[in-house]
Design a protein around this ligand. Structure first.
Ligand SMILES: Nc1ncnc2c1ncn2[C@@H]1O[C@H](COP(=O)(O)OP(=O)(O)OP(=O)(O)O)[C@@H](O)[C@H]1O
Length: 326
């Protein structure tokens, strides 16, 4: 339903996005996750037909956004970061106005407005002036204007930014109900938004998509390695020698002072390698007493930091977990 292929946008000397490729299917909420300036808004504006791409293709329901702008506009609903609201209009008046602009036939406008008000739980606010609404309700009006013509694809730029926690929950729930029979693409720079709302994620950094997949897949692919924290007694050279004798160990990092008799050490394995049993037996082989061995869970936050900071790292071999240690 939403397809982006090798999309690039260059503003003067700034490459805002480069070779961006992803797709989202009906019933899916795809999160476009990236830090500020990553290129999320640029990608969405191109998809919504507000901005021409420099290269590549973007299609909505099979229609190329540049070649078929009218067909695309009928099939897409777009909520920009700042919703384009007319504050002196009533909620229903504004939605009626938007439905007219979006080409809803005159005879269908009232029913479409009622439908959008109902979907966004705004029926009780229909006669209220928009400037009297709270930020959360204004965001609902912003979403209602995006869906008033019942498009199959919805694009939401940072839909919960600036809302209080209760409003965030309510807007997230609304987005989930919308996705039951539509395709939703939403951008965010915060990871919890993705884990709470989205089925899949495309992580974008410095204009490039660095990973696409379900959260579970990304966790498995990107952090296939395993880390253990050990509390072991003995000389560092003996401990290190035994740990490095195990195949697939990527790094051995000391967490305690060398002078201590018991050493705290973090051992990290390479992708797809589970070193737990060998660690225990390698240390036992040299009579190095192991007091504690704890598997360190890596979170989605680690994956995000790893993916979005890769270019600033000195080498590819750096353990993503080192960031939390330094
Ligand atoms: N009109 C413009 N002219 C020049 N550079 C621009 C323009 N719009 C965006 N950029 C640059 O393109 C890059 C991507 O910006 P974009 O707004 O798409 O990122 P973003 O991920 O949406 O970030 P944010 O969450 O801060 O809006 C940034 O380096 C930005 O400075």
């Amino acid at each position: 339903m939403i397809e982006v292929e090798h999309l690039s946008k260059i503003y003067g000397s700034t490459t805002a996005i480069k070779d961006v490729t992803f797709r989202a299917e009906p019933g899916e909420i795809l999160g476009l996750l990236g830090p500020n300036g990553a290129g999320k808004t640029t990608t969405m504006r191109i998809l919504a037909g507000y901005l021409p791409a420099t290269n590549g293709e973007a299609r909505i329901a099979g229609y190329e956004v540049h070649d078929k702008p009218m067909a695309v506009r009928q099939r897409i609903g777009y909520l920009p970061e700042t919703p384009p609201l007319y504050l002196d209009m009533t909620v229903a008046g504004y939605l009626y106005f938007v439905s007219r602009i979006k080409g809803v036939p005159a005879g269908d406008r009232n029913s479409q407005v009622d439908w959008a008000l109902d979907r966004c739980q705004l029926l009780k606010k229909r006669h209220v002036l928009i400037h009297k609404l709270s930020k959360g309700f204004r965001q609902r009006v912003g979403i209602a204007q995006a869906i008033v013509h019942d498009p199959p694809a919805i694009i939401l730029d940072e839909p919960t930014v600036g809302l209080d926690p209760r409003q965030i929950i309510s807007v997230r729930n609304l987005i989930k109900t919308l996705a039951e029979n539509k395709t939703v693409l939403l951008s965010t720079h915060i990871l919890p938004e993705v884990s709470m709302t989205c089925n899949r994620v495309a992580i974008i950094n410095q204009g490039e998509v660095v990973a696409v997949g379900s959260l579970e897949d990304l966790m498995a692919q990107r952090i296939g390695g395993t880390a253990y924290d050990l509390d072991v007694q003995g000389a560092r050279t003996d401990i290190e020698g035994q740990l490095n004798s195990i195949g697939g160990i990527k790094s051995v990092k000391w967490l305690s002072d060398e002078t201590e008799t018991r050493q705290q050490v973090r051992v990290t394995s390479g992708l797809g390698i589970e070193p737990g049993p060998q660690i225990a037996s390698a240390l036992a082989e040299k009579d190095l007493p192991l007091f504690e061995m704890r598997r360190v869970a890596k979170s989605l936050e680690d994956v995000f930091l790893n993916l979005t900071t890769e270019e600033q790292k000195p080498t590819d071999d750096v353990d993503p977990m080192e960031e939390e240690l330094t």
